[in-house]
Design a protein around this ligand. Structure first.
Ligand SMILES: Nc1nc2c(ncn2[C@@H]2O[C@H](COP(=O)(O)OP(=O)(O)OP(=O)(O)O)[C@@H](O)[C@H]2O)c(=O)[nH]1
Ligand SMILES: [Mg+2]
Length: 439
C-alpha cells in the first residue's frame, strides 16, 4: 500500500453543467469512512442510494470496488450524481468533513502505479491518450496500453543470465575457475542490437506522430502557401487572393492529414517588403522556422531568380528546408513524385505525403509505429540502452570480467527504469505532471 493512506476524492468529470457528474473516492476502509453518508452497495454492482448531508438529498448511482481489485488498489467508490457543478462542489466539501482530502492531478493513477495495479509504460500511454488530439494519436496511445512490449521481455530474458554470469565471474572467477565467455555473450546479444535499432527507428517516428509534425510553409508571395495550408487543413482557414502579400500574420492549424497529425503554419510571403505591415509579418516567420520539424519552401512554376530575403531568412535552417513545387496543374505533362510537385488545386499531394514519411517517419507508415515507445523519457532510455549494448558487443576478449559486468548491470538498470520497476520519484513527478485531477 502507498505510504500516505489518507483517502482522496475528486470529480472525474469536468465541472460543467452536464447530464451526469462522477465523483471518485479512493482510500482504505471506505465503508466505515463514508458510513454517515451512504451504505455501500454490493461490490461492483451499481445501486441507487440517497446521499443526505447538510440539508441536501441527492439520488445517486453508487459503485463500490473493494481493495485490492480496484483502479487504485485501494477501496474505490464512485458516485454518479446530477451534473450540476455547484452540487458536485458541495458533495466534495462534505467529503472533506469526513477526512477525505482533494486529490492532486493524477493521484488516483499514481496510487494505482504504486500499488502495482498499473505499470509505468501503461500510465504513460494513459497520459498520452488523455492528450491525444487526432485519430492516429489515439490509436498510438491505445496500442501502448496493456502488457509490456514483447521485445522488452525478450531483452530481459536475454540479458538476465549474462548479468548473473558476469557477476559470478567477478566474485568467484579466479578461485572457482568461472570464466566469462565473451564470445558467446556477443553471439547471444547481437540480435538485441538489431532489435533496439528497429525500436529506435519506430520510436523516433512515433514521437513525431505523438507530438504532431510541425510543418512550416514558406516561400515568396503568391507561392501558393495559403492554398496548400487550406487543402491540408481540410478547411478554408487562410485568405487566398491573387494579390501577392495577402497573408500577414502566422496562422496555425492542427489537423490530421492522411493519417499524419500535423501542426501547420502558414506564413507571410518572404520578400524585401516595403509595406510596414508586411515587414512585421516577415519578422514573425523566424520563430516558426526555429520550432518547425520541416520547412517547406514552396516554389510555383516559372518563379524567376533567387529572392534575397528568402535565401537570407532560410539560411540558418539548411537541413530542414525542403523545396516543394506548387501549382503542378499549370505544368505540362505529369510529374513523377520524385520531383516533388504538388497541386493544391487538384488535390494531387502524393509527393508531399511521400516526402513527410521519408523525412520524418524514416519511411514507416503510421500504422508501423503502433506499440512503439514515444515519450522523450522512453526514447532517451532506449538510446542509452542501444549504446550500452553496442559497447558490450565491441568488447575485446581477454579483458577483466569487471568491464562486461558493469556494462551488463548498466543495461539491466536502464531496462528497469524504462519499465518503471526501478522507481525514481523524479520520473514519477515528471510523468504525472501531464495528468488531470480525478484521473
Ligand atoms: N492553378 C493553381 N493556382 C493556385 C494553386 N495554388 C494557389 N494558386 C493561386 O495562386 C494565387 C496565390 O495563392 P495563395 O495561396 O494566396 O499564395 P500565398 O503563397 O499564400 O501568397 P501570400 O499570402 O501573398 O504570400 C491564388 O490566386 C491561388 O488561387 C494551384 O495549385 N494551382
Ligand atoms: Mg498566403
Amino acid at each position: 500500500m502507498v505510504s500516505d493512506p489518507l483517502p482522496i476524492c475528486a470529480p472525474a468529470t469536468p465541472l460543467l453543467p452536464s447530464a451526469i457528474a462522477v465523483v471518485r473516492v479512493s482510500g482504505p476502509n471506505l465503508g466505515e469512512r463514508l458510513g454517515s453518508l451512504v451504505a455501500l452497495p454490493e461490490p461492483r454492482r451499481a445501486a441507487l442510494r440517497t446521499l443526505a448531508w447538510e440539508g441536501f438529498r441527492e439520488r445517486a448511482l453508487v459503485l463500490y470496488f473493494p481493495a485490492p481489485a480496484s483502479y487504485t488498489g485501494e477501496d474505490v467508490v464512485e458516485f454518479q450524481v446530477h451534473g450540476n457543478p455547484r452540487l458536485v462542489r458541495r458533495l466534495l466539501g462534505h467529503l472533506g468533513t469526513l477526512g477525505i482530502r482533494p486529490a492532486d492531478p493524477g493521484e488516483f493513477t499514481r496510487r494505482a502505479l504504486l500499488n502495482g495495479r498499473q505499470a509505468l509504460l501503461e500510465v504513460e500511454a494513459l497520459r498520452d491518450l488523455m492528450g491525444a488530439e487526432t485519430d492516429t494519436q489515439i490509436r498510438l496511445a491505445q496500442a501502448r496500453a496493456g502488457a509490456l512490449p514483447p521485445w522488452i521481455l525478450d531483452a530481459k530474458a536475454t540479458l538476465a543470465p549474462w548479468v548473473a554470469r558476469a557477476e559470478a565471474a567477478v566474485d568467484y572467477g579466479e578461485d572457482e575457475g568461472i570464466l566469462f565467455d565473451l564470445g558467446r555473450m556477443r553471439q547471444e546479444l547481437a540480435p538485441l542490437e538489431e532489435r533496439f535499432h528497429v525500436e529506435q527507428r519506430r520510436a523516433r517516428a512515433a514521437r513525431h506522430l505523438q507530438d504532431g509534425i510541425r510543418l512550416a510553409l514558406v516561400g515568396r508571395p503568391n507561392a501558393g502557401k495559403s492554398t496548400l495550408f487550406n487543402a491540408l487543413a481540410g478547411e478554408d482557414r487562410a485568405i487566398v487572393t491573387p494579390l501577392p502579400g495577402t497573408t500577414r500574420d502566422v496562422l496555425e492549424v492542427r489537423c490530421e492529414w492522411r493519417g499524419l497529425p500535423l501542426r501547420l503554419y502558414d506564413t507571410a510571403g518572404l520578400r524585401e517588403a516595403e509595406d510596414p505591415v508586411e515587414r512585421l509579418g516577415v519578422a514573425r516567420v523566424a520563430p516558426v522556422l526555429e520550432a518547425a520539424d520541416l520547412v517547406l519552401r514552396l516554389e510555383p512554376p516559372g518563379a524567376g531568380g533567387e529572392e534575397p530575403a528568402l535565401a537570407r531568412i532560410l539560411a540558418p535552417f539548411g537541413e530542414k528546408v525542403v523545396v516543394l513545387r506548387t501549382m503542378g496543374d499549370l505544368l505540362e505533362g505529369a510529374s513523377p513524385v520524385s520531383e516533388r510537385v504538388v497541386s493544391a488545386r487538384t488535390g494531387d499531394l502524393d509527393a508531399l505525403e511521400t516526402l513527410l514519411k521519408t523525412r520524418l517517419l524514416g519511411g514507416l507508415a503510421p500504422d508501423a509505429c503502433l506499440g512503439a515507445l514515444a515519450s522523450e523519457r522512453q526514447q532517451g532510455l532506449l538510446e542509452d540502452l542501444a549504446r550500452q549494448v553496442e559497447l558490450l558487443l565491441g568488447l575485446d576478449a581477454g579483458g577483466p570480467p569487471e568491464v562486461p559486468a558493469s556494462l551488463l548491470q548498466g543495461a539491466w538498470g536502464l531496462l528497469a527504469r524504462l519499465t518503471g520497476e526501478d522507481r525514481v520519484e523524479s520520473t514519477l513527478d515528471h510523468v504525472f505532471s501531464g495528468f488531470c485531477v480525478g484521473k
